[in-house]
Design a protein around this ligand. Structure first.
Ligand SMILES: Nc1nc2c([nH]c(=O)n2[C@@H]2O[C@H](COP(=O)(O)OP(=O)(O)OP(=O)(O)O)[C@@H](O)[C@H]2O)c(=O)[nH]1
Length: 126
């Protein structure tokens, strides 16, 4: 099982979402930015590092939501979500195909990575 953190980054009533590229696994699926926890890394350090690497922005963590375990056909993940707020920087994608800023109620319209559906539900119920 791989441990992955992801961030729901809020700014001006919107949340940033990213689309995986054709060349990644789960091609073209939408997700919250984040990535795998490295050896001896805390969840908090991981999410801040991944957001800097993938989007090139700074965030501040607000809270942690419930982790979700999900079994894809070829791998299993534990996805650990954080709510965060945007602090500074201009988004510059290093891996993803595109990003968008959406209001909470419009997040449902995307083709999400399956593991994210439960996270989305919890977030929208807050
Ligand atoms: N970052 C992120 N990954 C997610 C989400 N939902 C989800 O199923 N995943 C999966 O969790 C894994 C995240 O690891 P990653 O982004 O570092 O991995 P990757 O496969 O792109 O890169 P790799 O080449 O380092 O293996 C991917 O397999 C991705 O498909 C999500 O909301 N955010």
């Amino acid at each position: 099982m791989i441990n992955v953190t992801c961030a729901i980054i809020e700014h001006n009533e919107k949340i940033v979402v990213v689309q995986r590229s054709e060349f990644m696994n789960l091609p073209l699926k939408w997700e919250f930015p984040g990535g795998k926890i490295e050896n001896n890394e805390t969840e908090e350090a991981c999410i801040k590092r991944e957001i800097k690497e993938e989007l090139n922005i700074e965030i501040e963590l607000i809270s942690r939501l419930s982790p979700v375990t999900y079994k894809y056909p070829s791998f299993e993940i534990k996805l650990i979500p954080f709510i965060a707020k945007y602090i500074n920087g201009e988004i510059n994608l290093s891996e993803h195909k595109q990003f968008d800023w959406l209001t909470k109620d419009r997040l449902n319209n995307l083709d999400w990575a399956e593991a994210d559906i439960a996270i989305l539900k919890e977030y929208q119920s807050l």
